[in-house]
Design a protein around this ligand. Structure first.
Ligand code: PLP
Length: 398
C-alpha cells in the first residue's frame, strides 16, 4: 500500500469534487461584488441566498438567522464575545466546559481578563457534562451557557437537548460549538432550544476558511467585524462568494447522505475499535463507547509516546493525530484527556483516528497491523514497560 490512508477527518476533510466544481464559476465568471447594484452581480447575490437557504433548512432555522463567517473559530469568538458585550448589564457570568475547543476556551479566558467570570464544568470519565453540576452552576448573573455539541478529540456527544431545556428554563442563552456534529448528526435548533450555533465548512467536506453562526431571531448581539453593511451589518467585509457557494453545496450533499454515511462510518469505526481492543494489550478507548461521533476512535496506549507513534504511522503512510490538531507542537497533554481523568503519562500515549465513509476494512486491517508493530517496537524500548510486565499480576488491559 503506497497510498496515504487519511484518518484525520476531525482535523479537516477533503473538499468534495462536486463542491469544487460548484465554486469555480464564482472565481471566474461571476466575480462581481455582491454589494454592487448592477445586473452583473446578481448571480453572486442569488448564490449566497441559495446557500443561506440550504443551511437554514438543514437546522430548521430561518434564512436571516444564518451569518457567514470565516470558520468555526470566528463563529465561536463572535457568539461568546458579542453576547458578553450585549448582556453585560444583565450579568457577567458564563458557563462552559473543560473540554471545549480552544476557540471557546481561549475566548472565555480573554473575557475573564476583562471582568467576566467563567465556570468550567467537569466531565465524567466518558467526557459528558453532568446536568446536576450545570444546574448548580447557574446564578442570577449567568448570561450564557456554551457547551460543544460533540467533542473534536474523543467524539463524545453531549446531552444537548437537556442543556437547551435547562438554559431556556432559566432564561439563559445557549450557544453550541457544533463544528464536529453539524451535518454528521441531525440538529434542530428549535427542538434543542439552541440560541447560537457555530459550524465550519472544512469539517463537512466543504472548503476551508468559511463557516457560519446561527443566531436566533430576537437575540441581542453585536457586530463582530465592523465595516460594510454585509450580513445585515453584523459582519462586515466583502462576502467570500466561492466559499459560501462551496459551503452551501457541501451542506446539501452532506444532509442528503447523512444516514447512510453514518451507517458506513459506524460499522467501520466499530470494526477498528474492536480489533484494536482485541489485538493490542494495555490499551484503553477514550470517550463514550456508544454515544460518540460515528467516525471517531481515540485510544490510549500505555507506555507509549503518542508523538513517536504518529511519526511511525506517518512513515507507513497513515495520517492520525494525538489529541487535536491544535495541540500539536505543544508538549502538554490534551486538556480533554486530562479532563476525563487520564493521568499525564497515559494521556501522552493517545492516538485519535477519525475516518470517513470512503475508508475500507482493508485499510483498517493494515492500520491495526501497523499499530501492533509500532506499539511492540516502542514498548520494547520502554524501561517502564519492562518493569511493569514483570510485576506479578500484570494484566493485559487497562
Ligand atoms: C475545527 C474546530 C473548530 C475550528 O474551526 P475552524 O473552521 O478551523 O476555525 C472549532 N471547534 C471545533 C469543535 C472544531 O473541531
Amino acid at each position: 500500500m503506497n497510498q496515504v490512508i487519511y484518518l484525520d477527518n476531525a482535523a479537516t476533510t477533503r473538499t468534495r469534487p462536486e463542491v469544487v466544481e460548484a465554486m469555480v464559476p464564482y472565481f471566474s465568471e461571476h466575480y462581481g461584488n455582491p454589494s454592487s447594484v448592477y445586473e452583473f452581480s446578481s448571480p453572486c447575490k442569488e448564490a449566497i441566498d441559495h446557500a443561506r437557504e440550504a443551511i437554514a433548512e438543514s437546522l430548521g432555522a430561518k434564512k436571516n438567522e444564518i451569518y457567514f463567517t470565516a470558520g468555526g473559530t470566528e463563529s465561536d469568538n463572535w457568539a461568546i464575545k458579542a453576547t458578553a458585550e450585549a448582556y453585560a448589564s444583565k450579568g457577567k457570568h458564563i458557563i462552559t466546559s473543560k473540554i471545549e475547543h480552544h476557540a471557546v476556551l481561549h475566548t472565555c479566558e480573554y473575557l475573564e481578563k476583562r471582568g467576566f467570570e467563567v465556570t468550567y464544568l467537569n466531565v465524567d470519565e466518558n467526557g459528558i457534562i453532568k446536568l446536576e453540576e450545570l444546574k448548580r452552576a447557574i446564578r442570577p448573573d449567568t448570561i450564557l451557557i456554551s457547551i460543544m455539541f460533540a467533542n473534536n478529540e474523543i467524539g463524545t456527544i453531549q446531552p444537548i437537548k437537556e442543556i437547551g431545556a435547562i438554559a431556556r428554563e432559566h432564561g439563559i442563552l445557549f450557544h453550541t460549538d457544533a463544528v464536529q456534529a453539524y451535518c454528521h448528526v441531525p440538529i434542530s435548533v428549535d427542538e434543542y432550544q439552541i440560541d447560537m450555533l457555530s459550524a465550519s465548512g472544512h469539517k463537512l467536506n466543504g472548503p476551508k476558511g468559511i463557516g457560519f453562526l446561527y443566531i436566533r431571531t430576537g437575540l441581542k448581539t453585536r457586530s463582530f467585524i465592523h465595516g460594510g453593511a454585509q450580513e445585515r451589518k453584523r459582519r462586515g467585509g466583502t462576502e467570500n462568494v466561492p466559499g459560501i457557494v462551496g459551503l452551501g453545496k457541501a451542506v446539501e450533499m452532506a444532509m442528503g447522505t447523512m444516514e447512510e454515511r453514518a451507517e458506513k462510518e459506524r460499522e467501520l469505526r466499530d470494526y477498528l475499535i474492536d480489533k484494536v481492543m482485541k489485538e493490542v494489550s494495555f490499551v484503553r478507548l477514550n470517550g463514550h463507547r456508544i454515544n460518540r461521533l460515528t467516525n471517531n476512535a481515540n485510544f490510549a496506549f500505555q507506555f507509549i509516546e503518542g508523538e513517536s507513534m504518529l511519526i511511525m504511522l506517518d512513515m507507513n503512510g497513515i495520517c492520525g493525530s494525538s489529541g487535536s490538531a491544535c495541540t500539536s507542537g505543544s508538549l502538554d497533554p490534551s486538556h480533554v484527556l486530562l479532563a476525563i481523568g487520564l493521568p499525564h503519562e497515559i494521556a501522552h500515549g493517545s492516538l485519535r483516528l477519525t475516518l470517513c465513509e470512503e475508508n475500507t476494512r482493508e485499510e483498517m486491517d493494515y492500520v491495526v497491523e501497523k499499530i501492533k508493530e509500532i506499539v511492540e517496537k516502542l514498548r520494547s524500548m520502554s524501561p517502564l514497560y519492562e518493569d511493569y510486565v514483570k510485576r506479578p499480576g500484570a494484566k493485559g488491559h487497562m
